[in-house]
Every structure is written in structure tokens, then in C-alpha cells.
Design a protein around this ligand. Structure first.
Ligand SMILES: Cc1cc2nc3c(=O)[nH]c(=O)nc-3n(C[C@H](O)[C@H](O)[C@H](O)COP(=O)(O)OP(=O)(O)OC[C@H]3O[C@@H](n4cnc5c(N)ncnc54)[C@H](O)[C@@H]3O)c2cc1C
Ligand SMILES: *[C@@H]1O[C@H](CO)[C@@H](O)[C@H](O)[C@H]1NC(C)=O
Ligand SMILES: *[C@@H]1O[C@H](CO)[C@@H](O)[C@H](O)[C@H]1NC(C)=O
Length: 515
């Protein structure tokens, strides 16, 4: 039997929310011991309270972590104290060792099923660590460990600054950033993790370390790419930049019927030019069912996101128009306005935390193989058309500029595949049956998994590369460590030795864990 089938069976028989099995006395004892040493703004909440629900709701509930208590920290010191208290509670009572597992959360958008191995855990909710302070040099900012993309963008924009964040307003800076951090500005400045100059990290025993090129440099390497594995980042020193004068953006959306697939992705491939894509240009597309455009087959929604005026964008937008889209929405905006136009703002489904399952099947690629892309589309079209529960599926094709990403030496961080130019991911949003037990939903989850893996295999076979790379932050958890962290032997060897050195008790083993 496939490993993932076993995992699914395990998930099936322990539905999320079955927290009655948590030994509640243990957690109230823990709360009673911790409460008095937390700062005044912090709080501890249990299931049934609004605070608990707020702190533990999730973008995807498929393979979600199970929590028995949430500690809403209010200062960096609260994180040290919480982790130290957990560490010594489990050390003193050896029989209880590993029985106070914990997980730090920020934007609640982590969606890998390894999180589901956390049952009866302590949520260390970092959301109150959401400060942004630009330093005197104007080139770095100290940003709290729980700050969301929107909060970073707004705070910096008010000062005429910006940086690299993920594109979704409601993911955190560091959830994405510790594993990569892809976004609009990466072509100019590099990945999110390339902006990290220094991090304050709380290790699994509650001790704090400063991590930078000059302090624990070995860990600095690992933190940038496999950073969910070693500790809790309470704050970072992060590069920020002046927004160029008169900055304006074109966000132009074109929806095509499926017969344009080869023409559209062939055009995108010419834009990619194997890594030479201009920093001003991003192209983005998703397969999706739009009955008004095509009642039978999935359509292709696509965007040109161009930093510049409509005249400057014209060499690209005119080519999109020449393909005769079914609909066109041409807008200009400023940098903070992109999210609304792309459906990545607070009110969009990208920010929903409503109990749906979201299953993604990422693959990183150098370019588009039109034969393989058509074959992947056909699988997508067939499965999303046949099953009403999968009709909300999408398949993202994200094409950011990679110039500054590829200018960073590949071996200098734990991020493994700077040579790829594209992020692709079939993504299935499924609303479970709602009887509190996802048993019926499992049938449709399984169908989505089979289709998602088939789409990925098809794209991989067309990709012409020997090794499969899947962006760790998009992984469903069915991927291998090599898929996430790299196929060169030295990479995993180095990560494993860092894990043994900095997280010997494997406290940080729920999000894409190195083992
Ligand atoms: C709608 C959507 C849009 C996305 N867009 C992008 C994008 O544009 N670019 C991109 O790169 N990725 C993107 N992602 C993927 C994203 O990187 C991951 O989902 C990421 O896990 C989200 O982090 P979070 O803080 O929001 O979630 P959480 O679930 O709160 O955190 C995920 C994990 O990160 C770790 N973590 C979080 N904060 C800290 C911290 N301070 N210290 C140590 N560990 C921490 C924990 O292990 C946690 O389990 C997107 C995902 C979704 C669902
Ligand atoms: C974007 O442009 C279209 C016209 O092309 C317009 O109808 C629409 O309202 C604009 N959207 C926003 C959010 O401004
Ligand atoms: C494109 O994909 C097809 C189907 O997988 C494959 O046969 C072909 O070799 C690929 N082309 C290139 C240039 O890799």
C-alpha cells in the first residue's frame, strides 16, 4: 500500500476536533504554571472560547494540526518562556516526555499533512508579534515573527518603502519566508529568505540565539530554506528598499477558452526566455471552470502584472490581446493595490478559514512544454468537470521574474532550486460533508489526490529534468525530502547535521520535517 494511503487512513479515523482525548488536566496544569510568567498582554485559551477558535482556525483543515490549548504570546520573551516551560515540564516528568508537543503559527495558511501528526498540541500563536520598525539606515527593518504580508506592505508603503513578501495578504512574512518566499518583487531583490539579515530564534529548549552570517552561520544557511525545522523566529532584521518614484502597475486579466492553451503558454515561454524575463514582468494563469465562458471545458484565466505604465506594458499586453481573449479587465494600480485585483486580498477566498480542505500538488519547472501542459489540462478538465465537488479546482501557473533569485549562489542557502523559473500547482478546494466526520469527504479527497498526482507526473515527464522539485511551502506532504530540500546528497546531509545539532529532541517536527 502506498505510504500516503496509510496516512489518509490514519487521518480518517482521528477527525480534526477529536480533542476530548487530550488529557485536559495536563494542559490546565501547564496553563496554571505558565500564566504567571507571561507578559500582561498574553493569554491562554482552551477549546470552546472565541480566542481559541480565532487562534486555531485554518485555511485548509485537511491534515490540520490538533490543538488542546493556545498560548497567544505578546512579547518575544513570552515565546522563550513558553518553550522553556514546555521543555522543563517534559524533562522533569520523563513519562510525559514528548507529550506537550507544540507548534508556532502565524498566518494559519500552512497546509501540509505532516501538520496532522500534531494531536493535542500547544499552539504558540505569534500573531501579536506583528511590528515593523524601519531602522535608521533605511535599508533594514525589524519585523515581528507573526507579522502578515498585508501588515508589512502597509507599514513600509507609508514610508515609501517595500520589500519581498508572498502575494497573499493574509499569509505571514515568515511562514513563506523560511521556506522560500516567492512574490512580485523577487525578480528585483531575490526571494523572501534572501532579505533576512538576522533572526532571533528560540530553540526547542527555550534558549534564544541570534542567527546571521556572523552568528551561528551554519544555522543561518539552514534557516533560509528549511527554516521551519529549527526553532521559532520571534523577529527578523529584513532588507527593505525605496519604492521608485512614480511607481505604477498594470494588472491586466485575460480569460481564454481552452483552444488557446498552446498559444498562451507558448507566449509565456517566450517571456520566460529561460530566466531572462525582465524584472518588471510577471505572468500568471490558472485553469478554472467559468461556465459563462465555456459551459463544457475549463477556461484559462491569465494575468500580466507589469511594473510600469500601460505604454511600457504594451509589448506584452498587446500579445495577450492578439490571442483574442473571451474577456479582458485592464487596470492600473499601485503596489498595495495588486492583491485586490489578483484575488489575494483579505476578502478573497485565498484568505478564507472556513473548514474547507485544500489539496495542492506543486512542481517547479524551467519552462512550459506545450504537449505536457495540454495533457495536464486534459486531466484537470476531466476531473473538475466530472465531480461537482471538484468544480472549484484551480491550477496555478506562476511566472515571476527570477533574475535576482538566480543571482544568489545556489549553494549559499538551503533553498534548493533557484534554477527553476516557474511554480505550478494543481489545487483542489473541497467542502467536506459537514457532519463533523470527514469520512464521506474522503472519497472525493482521494479522487483529487489521484488527479493531482497524475497532473504532476505529466508535467514532470514533460519537464525534461531528472529530478522533481516541489516548493516546500506548497507541498501536500506526499513529497520526499529531496523534492523539498534538494537532490544533491550534501544538502540533506548538511540539514540532518543541523537538525541533530540545533533540534536534537525534534520539537520542530510537524512542518515538512527533516528526519
Ligand atoms: C492562498 C495562499 C497563497 C500563498 N501565496 C504564497 C506566495 O505568494 N508566496 C509563497 O512563497 N508562498 C505562498 N503560499 C504558501 C505559504 O508559504 C505557506 O502556506 C505558509 O506555510 C504560510 O505561512 P503562515 O504563517 O501563513 O501559516 P502558518 O500555518 O501559521 O505557518 C506555517 C508553518 O510555518 C512555521 N512558522 C510560521 N511562523 C513561524 C515563525 N515565526 N518561526 C518559525 N516557524 C514559523 C510553522 O511551522 C507553521 O506550522 C500561499 C499559500 C496559500 C494558502
Ligand atoms: C478593472 O478594469 C475593468 C475594465 O477593464 C473594470 O470594469 C473594473 O471595475 C476594474 N476593476 C477594479 C477593481 O478597478
Ligand atoms: C514534452 O513532453 C512530451 C510529453 O511528456 C515529451 O515526450 C517531450 O519529450 C517533451 N519535450 C521536451 C522538449 O522535453
Amino acid at each position: 500500500m502506498q505510504a500516503y494511503t496509510l496516512l489518509l487512513l490514519a487521518l480518517r479515523f482521528t477527525p480534526v476536533g477529536a480533542l476530548d482525548k487530550c488529557q485536559s488536566q495536563k494542559f490546565s496544569d501547564f496553563a496554571a504554571a505558565l500564566g504567571p510568567i507571561l507578559s500582561p498582554g498574553a493569554s491562554i485559551s482552551f477549546p470552546g472560547s472565541h480566542k481559541f477558535a480565532d487562534a486555531t482556525s485554518r485555511y485548509s483543515t485537511y491534515g490540520a494540526p490538533g490543538f488542546a490549548v493556545t498560548v497567544d504570546v505578546a512579547s518575544e520573551g513570552d515565546v522563550d518562556n513558553t518553550v522553556r516551560k514546555i521543555f522543563f515540564s517534559t524533562k522533569v516528568n520523563v513519562a510525559n516526555a514528548h507529550q506537550l508537543p507544540f507548534l508556532a503559527t502565524s498566518g494559519h495558511h500552512g497546509a501540509t499533512i505532516s501538520l496532522g501528526r500534531l494531536r493535542c498540541g500547544i499552539n504558540i500563536n505569534l500573531r501579536a508579534l506583528n511590528s515593523v520598525h524601519v531602522l535608521e539606515d533605511g535599508r533594514t527593518a525589524v519585523i515581528g515573527g507573526g507579522t502578515l504580508t498585508l501588515e508589512v506592505t502597509e507599514a513600509l508603503w507609508a514610508l515609501g518603502k517595500w520589500t519581498v513578501t508572498g502575494i497573499c495578504e493574509c499569509t505571514s512574512l515568515l511562514g513563506p519566508g523560511l521556506g522560500g518566499g516567492h512574490g512580485w518583487n523577487q525578480g528585483r531583490y531575490g526571494l523572501g529568505l534572501d532579505q533576512i539579515v538576522e533572526a532571533n530564534l528560540v530553540l526547542g529548549d527555550g534558549s534564544g540565539v541570534v542567527v546571521s552570517a556572523d552568528s551561528h552561520a551554519d544555522l543561518f544557511w539552514g534557516l533560509r530554506g528549511a527554516g521551519h525545522n529549527f526553532g521559532i523566529v520571534t523577529s527578523v532584521k529584513y532588507k527593505v528598499y525605496d519604492v521608485p518614484d512614480g511607481n505604477t502597475w498594470v494588472v491586466a486579466k485575460y480569460t481564454y477558452t481552452q483552444d488557446k492553451l498552446e498559444a498562451l503558454f507558448g507566449l509565456f515561454d517566450s517571456f520566460i526566455a529561460d530566466g531572462a524575463q525582465p524584472v518588471q514582468l510577471r505572468h500568471w494563469a490558472t485553469f478554472m471552470r467559468v461556465p459563462e465562458i465555456d459551459p463544457v471545458h475549463a477556461a484559462i484565466a491569465s494575468w500580466i502584472i507589469y511594473e510600469g505604465t500601460p505604454e511600457q506594458a504594451a509589448p506584452y499586453t498587446s500579445k495577450m490581446e492578439a490571442l483574442e481573449p473571451a474577456t479582458t479587465n485592464f487596470n492600473t494600480t499601485t503596489y498595495p493595490g495588486i492583491a485586490v485585483l489578483m484575488g489575494m486580498d483579505r476578502s478573497a477566498s485565498a484568505c478564507l478559514e472556513n473548514g474547507d480542505h485544500v489539496l495542492r500538488f506543486p512542481i517547479d519547472l524551467r519552462g512550459y512544454n506545450l504537449t505536457a501542459h495540454r495533457a495536464a489540462y486534459t486531466i484537470f478538465d476531466e476531473v473538475s468537470g466530472r465531480y461537482p465537488a471538484l468544480s472549484g479546482a484551480t491550477m496555478l501557473n506562476e511566472g515571476y521574474s527570477v533574475r535576482a533569485v538566480q543571482a544568489v549562489p545556489a549553494e549559499s542557502t538551503a533553498y534548493p532550486d533557484r534554477f527553476n523559473n516557474l511554480l505550478l500547482s494543481a489545487s483542489f478546494r473541497i467542502t467536506p460533508d459537514g457532519d463533523g466526520d470527514d469520512t464521506k469527504g474522503m472519497g472525493i479527497d482521494q479522487i483529487a489526490i489521484e488527479a493531482g498526482l497524475k497532473i504532476r507526473r505529466t508535467l514532470f515527464e514533460g519537464g525534461g529534468l531528472p529530478d522533481l522539485y516541489t516548493y516546500v511551502n506548497y507541498g501536500l506532504g506526499l513529497e520526499t525530502l529531496e523534492n523539498y530540500y534538494g537532490h544533491e546528497d550534501w544538502r540533506l546531509a548538511r540539514l540532518r547535521s543541523l537538525k541533530a545539532k540545533y533540534d536534537p529532541d525534534r520539537k520542530f517536527s510537524f512542518y515538512a520535517p527533516i528526519n
